[in-house]
Design a protein around this ligand. Structure first.
Ligand SMILES: NC(=O)c1ccc[n+]([C@@H]2O[C@H](COP(=O)([O-])OP(=O)(O)OC[C@H]3O[C@@H](n4cnc5c(N)ncnc54)[C@H](O)[C@@H]3O)[C@@H](O)[C@H]2O)c1
Ligand SMILES: O=C(O)C[C@H](O)C(=O)O
Length: 337
C-alpha cells in the first residue's frame, strides 16, 4: 500500500461535499490502492453538521480512509495537503447570476489562497468548485505565490458532462461513445459548449459529431443554450443548486489531473490563459487540455469557426470583467492578479 495522502474538502458540511467525500474516500479519484487522510473544513456555525458527516464517514467503514480531520481552522485544514477541493462558498439561489456571488465569495478565496500558500504541499493540486469558480481560482492563486499557478484550476467538467450527455442522448448512443466535447471560457451562462471537435463511435466507426448530428441549427442553438442554462434549470427544479452531478464532475476533474488523459482525448478545465485562441491572458479560462504526469497542456492547433470565435470572445470579455470586479472588491495591491 502507498503512503496516505492528505486531501482537503472545504464546505465539507454542505451538499456537494456530502456526495464528494464518499466518492473520494472510496478511491474513485486517487485510486483503489491510495490511502487517504480527509481534512474537512467548514465554518464554526456548521460544526454540529460536520460532526454528523464524520460519524457517517466512520459508519461507511471504508478501507482506504485512514483518518478524518474535521476543522474550522484553515491552518489545520490545509496542512500538508496534496489535493484541495475548494467547494465551500455561498451557492446561487433562484434568479441570481453566478457573478452576483462574486463579492461574498472572492474574500473566502483570498483567505484560502493565503492558507494554501502557508500550509499546503507546494505541489498541491487545487480544484475550485465554489462559484464564480474561474475568478475564485484566480484570486486563490494570486494569494498563494509560492505554489505554481498551473496548480490552480476551476471546474467546468460538470458543463462538459452535461454537454456530452445531451449529445449522446440526441444520437441515441451511450455516453462513452462521445469524446472531446469542449467547454470554452467561463463556468457561467456565457460559456461556449462546442461539439465542433467531438467524435462519436457508432457501429464500430468513428465519425465527427457535427456530421453525425447534421444539424447546425441545433448545435449552435438549443444545444448551447441547454448546457449554458442547465445549472439554473436544476436550481429551479430542486430549489438548490446541483450537488450529486457537481461532486461527480469534481471527481472526474481531479481523477484525470492525477492519472492523465487517454491518447487523443481531451477534457476541459479552467486554467490560466496564455492567450491561446485569442482569449484574454491571465484569467482562468476553460480550455481543452491533455494531461500527462499530472501536468495539463492546452490542446493547440484546433480550427475554430467564426461562430465559435464570437462565442469565445463573449465569454473572455466576461472573465476580464469579473477579474476587474474582483480586484475592486479585494481593494488591494495584489501584484500578480
Ligand atoms: N463549478 C461548478 O460546476 C459548480 C456546480 C455546483 C455548485 N457549485 C458551487 O459550489 C458551491 C457549494 O455548493 P453547495 O451546494 O455544496 O453549497 P452548500 O451551501 O450546501 O455548502 C456550502 C458549504 O460551504 C461552507 N462554507 C462557507 N464559507 C466557508 C469557508 N469560508 N470555509 C469553509 N467552508 C465554508 C458552508 O458553511 C456550507 O457548509 C457554491 O458556490 C455553488 O454555487 C459549483
Ligand atoms: O448554476 C449554479 O449556480 C450552480 C452550478 O454552478 C451549476 O452549474 O449547477
Amino acid at each position: 500500500m502507498a503512503e496516505p495522502i492528505r486531501v482537503v474538502v472545504t464546505g465539507a458540511a454542505g451538499q456537494i461535499a456530502y456526495s464528494l467525500l464518499y466518492m473520494i474516500a472510496r478511491g474513485e479519484v486517487f485510486g483503489k490502492d491510495q490511502p487517504i487522510v480527509l481534512h474537512l473544513l467548514d465554518i464554526p456555525p456548521m460544526v454540529g453538521v460536520l460532526e454528523g458527516v464524520v460519524m457517517e464517514l466512520a459508519d461507511c467503514a471504508l478501507p482506504l480512509l485512514v483518518e478524518v480531520v474535521p476543522t474550522t481552522d484553515p491552518a489545520v485544514g490545509f496542512k500538508d495537503v496534496s489535493a484541495a477541493f475548494l467547494v465551500g462558498a455561498m451557492p446561487r439561489k433562484e434568479g441570481m447570476e453566478r457573478k452576483d456571488l462574486l463579492s461574498a465569495n472572492v474574500k473566502i478565496f483570498r483567505t484560502q489562497g493565503q492558507a494554501l500558500d502557508k500550509f499546503a504541499k507546494k505541489d498541491v493540486k487545487v480544484l475550485v468548485v465554489g462559484n464564480p469558480a474561474n475568478t475564485n481560482a484566480l484570486v486563490c492563486s494570486s494569494y498563494a505565490p509560492s505554489i505554481p499557478r498551473e496548480n490552480f484550476s476551476a471546474m467546468t467538467r460538470l458543463d462538459q458532462n452535461r454537454a456530452t450527455s445531451q449529445i449522446a442522448a440526441k444520437l441515441g448512443v451511450p455516453i462513452s461513445a462521445v469524446k472531446n466535447i469542449i467547454i470554452w471560457g467561463n463556468h457561467s451562462s456565457t460559456q461556449y459548449p462546442d461539439a465542433g471537435q467531438a467524435k462519436v463511435t457508432a457501429n464500430g466507426t468513428v465519425k465527427s459529431v457535427v456530421d453525425a448530428i447534421n444539424d447546425n441549427g441545433y448545435l449552435q442553438g438549443s444545444f448551447v443554450e441547454t448546457v449554458q442554462k442547465r445549472g439554473a434549470a436544476v436550481i429551479a427544479a430542486r430549489k438548490m443548486s446541483s450537488a450529486m452531478s457537481a461532486a461527480k464532475a469534481a471527481c472526474d476533474h481531479m481523477h484525470d489531473w492525477w492519472n492523465g488523459t487517454a491518447p487523443g482525448q481531451f477534457v476541459s478545465m479552467g486554467v490560466f490563459s496564455d492567450g491561446s485562441y485569442d482569449s484574454p491572458k491571465d484569467v482562468i479560462f476553460s480550455f481543452p487540455v491533455e494531461i500527462k504526469n499530472k501536468q495539463w497542456k492546452i490542446v493547440s492547433g484546433l480550427t475554430l469557426s467564426d461562430f465559435a470565435k464570437t462565442k469565445l470572445s463573449v465569454t473572455g470579455k466576461e472573465l476580464q470583467e469579473e477579474k476587474d470586479e474582483a480586484l475592486s472588491v479585494l481593494d488591494s495591491n495584489v501584484s500578480n492578479l
